[in-house]
Design a protein around this ligand. Structure first.
Ligand code: MRU
Length: 364
């Protein structure tokens, strides 16, 4: 592939470009962000989306947010940093990668000696954002390698939403596993849930898979059970927005239903995610904040009203799949199986995420 989900252009005074994912697959256009507000808007509007990509974009958003601080005022930089971190934390509530990335940015300045010049702090913030971005490229490959071991040749694989290159620096998490299988010569057939209401599966995942020449069949979300009954699915592979200490997984709405269906049909259900998607501060998935999105996403399809005025709408963007329905988790460190607290702590525990992350606002 020749596109880049996110790209920083220039030095500390530079800017961010992201593929505007709301315009795919009709057109591949870049969206420029020159302020923290522009990054916030791009995240909220899902121009940039997918848990790891949200974290990377937010890190660059911090760099943008401190650009206007005068070079002779280190105290102002620290004040502005706090403001920008708190602000970007309100863009979306569910993916913990956002708070994890913002915390990494906070620590750059917090751990710098008090007399560090503003220009050096700005450079250090850009270096950290670039590191978050570069590390994501590397870990996605590792997730792909580990996860490919779980998928047999000639499998039918069902995926949901988009956990591909567009949702990460590149290559993806769930889709990285399928791309790696392809590189290994395994012949897969991938079934893609369209993923209502915003169609990340139809618009983004199908686009990535077709581009790579992987045999791909698009289905509506309500067709998965019949597909499984017909014996066409040997594995389900999805990504995650937040994984609790017990292995409960928040991911795109509809994931939980797929896990129930997979269990009913005896099909393995795999979740692929980096360590930055784990939130070990949460004992279970119950307290994970579930983003509630505008009713228009459900009442309208491609700008056209499809439901009557006045109807009530429920539009949670995520659901929580209980750990007992998950066959294995795949991280950059390997496979976690069975999905239990101790096994998770053993692999993820030494990864230190955010001790003091920004307050997470309740969903709108
Ligand atoms: O609302 P979105 O499109 O940001 O939701 C994305 C997902 O649910 C993905 O599956 C998840 O973020 C993992 S991306 C590697």
């Amino acid at each position: 592939v020749t596109w880049q989900t996110l790209q920083w252009i220039g030095g500390p005074d530079g800017h961010l470009t992201c593929i505007d994912q709301t315009r795919l697959p009709a057109e591949l256009v870049l969206h420029e962000c020159r302020t923290a507000e522009a990054v916030w808007e791009a995240i909220r509007q899902l121009r940039v989306r997918g848990a790891p990509a949200i974290g990377i974009a937010a890190a660059y958003g911090v760099v943008l947010g401190v650009q206007a601080v005068a070079d002779d005022d280190p105290a102002a930089l620290r004040r502005r940093l706090d403001e920008v971190l708190a602000y970007l934390a309100t863009s979306r509530p569910t993916a913990v990668n956002l708070f994890w990335a913002l915390e990494r940015m906070r620590q750059v300045v917090q751990t710098a000696p008090p007399q560090t010049p503003v220009s050096a702090l700005k450079e250090a913030l850009l270096r950290e954002a670039r590191a978050i971005h570069d590390q994501d490229r590397v870990l996605c490959r590792a997730i792909g390698r580990h996860g490919a071991e779980l998928i047999a040749d000639e499998s039918g694989v069902l995926t949901h939403c988009n956990a591909g290159g567009l949702a990460t620096a590149e290559y993806g998490t769930a889709l990285a596993i399928l791309f790696t299988c392809q590189d290994q010569g395994k012949r897969l057939h991938v079934y893609v849930d369209e993923t209502r209401p915003l169609l990340q599966g139809a618009r983004l995942t199908a686009w990535e898979l077709v581009q790579r020449g992987i045999p791909t069949t698009l289905i509506c979300d309500n067709m998965a059970a019949q597909l499984m009954r017909e014996g066409k699915v040997q594995a389900v592979v999805v990504g995650a927005d937040r994984i609790a200490a017990n292995g409960d997984v928040a991911n795109k709405i509809g994931t939980y239903g797929l896990a129930v269906l997979a269990r009913a049909h005896g099909i393995p259900f795999y979740v692929a995610a980096p360590l930055s998607s784990f939130d070990l501060a949460l004992a279970s998935g119950d307290p994970i904040p579930i983003e509630q999105r505008p009713a228009e996403e459900v009442t309208h399809l491609a700008g056209q009203r499809i439901a009557p005025q006045g109807v009530a709408v429920y539009n949670p963007a995520f659901d929580v799949t209980p750990a007992h329905l998950i066959t294995a988790l795949v991280t950059e460190r390997g496979i976690i199986r069975p999905v239990e607290r101790a096994a998770i702590a053993a692999q993820v525990g030494s990864h230190a995420p955010s001790p003091a992350r920004p307050a997470e606002p309740a969903a709108r």
